[in-house]
Design a protein around this ligand. Sequence first.
Ligand code: ATP
Ligand code: AMO
Length: 432
Amino acid sequence: MENRTYTAEAEPGETATVAGWVHEVRDLGGIAFLILRDKSGKIQIKFEKDEMDDEIVETGLDLARESVISVTGAVEEEPRAPTGVEITPEELDVIASAEPELPLDPSGKVDAELSTRLDNRTLDLRKEETKAIFEIRAEVLRAVRESFREIGCTEINTPKIVATGTEGGTELFPITYFGQEAFMNQSPQLFKQLMVGSGLERVFEIGPIFRAEEHNTPRHLNEATMIDFESAFIDHEEAMDACERTLLAAYEGVAENCEAQLETLGYDDFEVPAEGFPRLTYEEAIERINATGELDEQLVWGDDLPTEGEKALGDDVGGHYFVTDWPSEIKPFYIQDHEGGELSKGFDLMHPRMELVSGGQREHRYDHLVEGFEQQGLDPAQFEYYTKMFKYGMPPHAGWAYGVERLVMTMLDLGNIREAVLFPRDRQRLSP
Ligand code: ATP
Ligand code: AMO
C-alpha cells in the first residue's frame, strides 16, 4: 500500500489512509470508537452514527478484534483520544477478518501461558512487550555487528552440517548425509580458527548452533544463536577486552536506540554495566564460592562450577565477571595451557545469573594440538581437515562465543530463555 501512513505519523489537517489491526471497539451508543493498531502505535477511529454513512458504521462496529482493515479519512486533533488525534472514516476496507475466538489476547489484558504464546507467536508479537523484546534483540545484533566492524572483523558463515563435534560428543544431533554419518554443528569453533590462519585474520559469525542437551532448563535451548569471534595475533587477555567491549556495545546500543521498548518493558533504570569486569581466577572463584557457605559440599580444585555455585558467586560479585585460569582438564582440546600444563588460558564471562561466554587462547602449535586430542580421547585422524592447516603457518590466536539468547535474557531479566527466541527448540518443541 504505497499511500499508507503509519498511525504515529498521521498529521492533523490531512486526509490519511492507515492500515492495521482492530485493537478494540467501544460502542457508546450515539458514538463509537475503534482503536486501530499498527507497527508504530495506535490511533482512534471515530464513528458518529447519525452523521456518517450507515454502511461504514455497520462494518466498523461489526468487526472482530484483530481483523485487518484500512481506513481513509480526515485526521483531527482530539485531546480526549488516547494519542491526541483521531480519524473520521470516509472509507473502510476489511482486508482480512479475524475469528471472534482468539487463542491469546494480544491486548495483554488476559495473561497467557508461555506454551500458548509460543504456539501462537504471530499473535504474541502483536503485544507491545513481546514485540519490544525482539526489537531489542535486533538492536543487540546490529550494535554487535557494528562493534566488530570497528575492530576490523570480517563476517563469515560456516557450515552447519559437519563431520565432527567439538564441544563434547553427547550433545550432538546425528543426521544422515547421503548415507554418511554427519552432525548438526555445535559451534563454529574449528572453522573460525581455520579462518584466522587465512588472509582474513580476524572474523566473526552470528549463526545457529545445535546441541542435543538432554535437560530442560530455563537457560538451555537445543537450537541457539551464537556470536563467535576469533582473531589472529591476540592472546586471551586481549580476547577478554574485546569480549567486554562487545557486551558494552550491545548495552549501549539498546540504551541509545530502544528507549521506547525499554519503557514498554518497564525499565526506567536500564544501565550499561561499568567497564572493567573483574577477572577472577578459577581458584579464587572456588574459594569465594566455598566462603559463601551456600553449597552443601565444598568445591575442590578440578570441579566444574555447579549452577548453585555460579549463582552464589554472582550474588557475591554483583555484576559481570570473568573466570580465568581453568584447570586444563575441564577445558576443550583447542584451548592452550599455561606453562606447566595444569592451568589453561580458557575463560568464561559470567552474568550473576549464568554463564554468557566461553573463550580462550587457542593451541596453535601443531604438536601440542595433536597431543591435546589424544588426551581427550579423540582421534586426531578424524580432525585432519583442521589439524593439517596448523602445519602451514597458523598464527597465535584467541576468541570466544556468546549465546545471543542468554545475552538478551540477562539484559532484560527474562525468566526463561525461550522468551528471547521466536520459535524455540527444546525437548518438547519442534513446531512451530
Ligand atoms: P555451557 O554453555 O558450557 O553448556 P552451561 O552454563 O550451559 O554452559 P553446562 O556446562 O552445559 O553449563 O552444564 C549444564 C548445566 O546445567 C550444569 O551446571 C547443570 O548443573 C545444569 N543442569 C543440568 N540439568 C539441569 C536441570 N534439569 N535443571 C537445572 N539445571 C540443570
Ligand atoms: P560454549 O559451549 O560455552 O563454548 O558456548 C558458548 C556460549 O553459547 C551459549 N550456549 C547456549 N545457549 C543456550 N542454549 C544452549 N544449549 C547453549 N549452549 C551454549 C552460552 C555459552 O556460554 N566454542 C566455544 C566458544 C569459544 O571458545 O569460542 C563454545 O561453544 O552463552
